[in-house]
Design a protein around this ligand. Structure first.
Ligand code: DX5
Ligand code: ZN
Length: 252
């Protein structure tokens, strides 16, 4: 499980102190949202800020590029200290070359998908990526409400991961609080990007621990519901409500 506070929700007047706060919190990654004012209607910060924060912590820097032309930013962010760079599947024909460019820079590859975009769009890239970042709000701003219609995408991503025996992380980003983290964990997410909910707590370490507990509850819910799920393809269970012979008879 990965808990990744998003620096977008930090106090921008004290980014160094906020980064040190995340470092002490027990979080796994620091999520860095890069917005270009074109791909999304907002602007955040660039490689110079990431370079300044890099010496303050050993945390894994997860850079989320909400940018129309990430190709001009990959090398600067790689040099500034990114460990992983997420590009958006909405960039279409540019996605595969961008993935190879990130790999050639020696960094991990993340692929992000916006709420209105069909999950089938990521399918051709799944074997090449380290993380799939399922946007659970329309990107551009922190503090938005979670979009529940994205939950089936998480389930599909998990089904593909299992079927194809792949290992990519399934991340969720936007509106992640203790309740939605639990629900996303239930659907199969394993990486939780959270800005507003985590940073608004005075004790960030306690908030990170509380989010881990919420995720564990969601994972436990998923295990127990699997145990009670009818095996749809098993003989004699053609209908979950009818077991054994009668169902077999009805099917024949
Ligand atoms: C949204 C960003 C998110 C954002 C999440 O455009 O990609 O990473 O910081 O913030 P909250 O948790 O406030 O929705
Ligand atoms: Zn993000």
């Amino acid at each position: 499980m990965i808990i990744a506070p998003s620096l977008l929700a930090a106090d921008f007047g004290r980014l160094a102190k906020e980064t040190e706060r995340v470092d002490r919190s027990g979080a796994d990654w620091l999520h860095l949202d890069i917005m270009d004012g074109h791909f999304v209607p907002n602007i955040s910060f660039g490689p110079a800020v990431v370079r300044t924060l890099r010496p303050l912590t050993k945390l894994f820097f997860d850079v989320h590029l909400m940018c129309s032309k990430p190709e001009i930013l990959l090398e600067p962010f790689a040099k500034a200290g990114a460990a992983q760079m997420n590009i958006h599947v909405e960039l279409g024909e540019h996605v595969m070359p961008l993935i190879w460019r990130i790999k050639s820079l020696g960094k991990q590859v993340g692929l992000a998908i916006n709420p209105p975009t069909s999950i089938v769009m990521v399918q051709p890239f799944l074997a090449k990526i380290d993380s799939l970042l399922i946007m659970t709000v329309n990107p551009g701003f922190g503090g938005q409400s979670f979009i529940y219609e994205t939950l089936p995408k998480i389930q599909q991503a998990q089904a593909w991961r299992r079927e194809k025996n792949l290992r990519y992380h399934i991340g969720v980003d936007g509106g992640i609080d203790f309740k939605t983290a639990r629900e996303c964990a239930h659907s199969g997410a394993d990486s939780f990007i959270s800005g507003t909910t985590l940073f608004e707590q005075r004790n960030l370490g306690a908030a990170v621990r509380k989010m881990r507990k919420a995720v564990e509850s969601g994972q436990a819910d998923a295990l127990s519901s699997q145990a009670f799920e009818p095996k749809l393809n098993a003989p004699g269970r053609a209908d979950g409500a009818k077991a054994g012979k009668s169902a077999l008879h009805e099917a024949s």
